[in-house]
Design a protein around this ligand. Sequence first.
Ligand SMILES: [Zn+2]
Length: 355
Amino acid sequence: MNSWTSLEEVRFKSVLSKSRLYMSRWIFYAIPFVAWQGHAQSLSFYAESYRYDETPLMLHGVLGEWTEHQSIQIDNNSGQEINISAHLHRQLPFIYFIDRQNNSGNEIELDIPNGYSYELKVIANLENEHPMVYNDKIGLDITYQSGATSYLEILTSVYFYTSSSLNTSKPEGYNFWGIGGYVRVVDSSSLPLKVYSNHTQHGVSSGWNEIIKKAINTWNNAGKSIGLKSDYFTLTSNSSEADLKIDWSGNNVPVGALGAARLTDTNPSRIIGISLLPPGSDNSLRTAEVLIQELGHILGLAHSTNPNDIMNGHAHPLHHEDLSKISLTSRDRQMLSWLYAQKHYIPIVSGRKTH
Ligand SMILES: [Zn+2]
């Protein structure tokens, strides 16, 4: 009997909602437990004043990709509820706030009861422009329960650069799915891996095909960007010829997880498969991210500690309004580039029995 290991996605413990109404006001009711890596600025409200540390909010990232998000820690010690309406100045239309449902939008309103804190998350994405630093401010209109109002500005600096500086060193905080210190990668002679998905047996419309295509294309495009000649994955409708099966029955998904990928701990390492929760049991954009991550595991990538990376072990905060906005980070691509440049490796091969 082969031993095997699996890598699993952990459910993000924020309240999930399928609502797309990200401009609406929501009621604060719990302190977020998630430890964001983004540097937190602090903004504290007291009975007669507020304190703001005036450190500029720094966002930087690659043109065409989401930056890492930063957060502003807002503490309400004013003795009354406050409402904050945040808006962007004209220079910064590419900045977005992330709301409690993990949707992104250009404006946000929050109610913070007395004695509570809120972590306001900010992220940016700019396409088709030039590398540049943008400096401006985010305006906060504050209304107290008493009817008093106030206004303050948060200094913000956004720096976009191009991805041409991508190199082949291993990104910090990024792990590979190895055995005994050796990396595991799909041997080029096995490419492309034929992928069979049984989602149509689990009561979904053909619209679900888009999620699977998105996940496969994400890695195929990444492979091309690091000079790979063949695709990593190709779809097949014939389960008997599949090298990799994606099972949407929900079986073999550990409690509390959204999905799992499994390989045998042997040399070569055989693909056992990918297990996911049934289609429709979670936000479809997150499902796409989870599937991208499971496919990444099959390619030999393990988890990244950076919450912005697709390969972060927590299911993702949704910065996206649609599938097209889901992308690998430059760190994800850099890790793939590093992994597939290793001279000594244990090959990952088809899970199909050949005889
Ligand atoms: Zn994972």
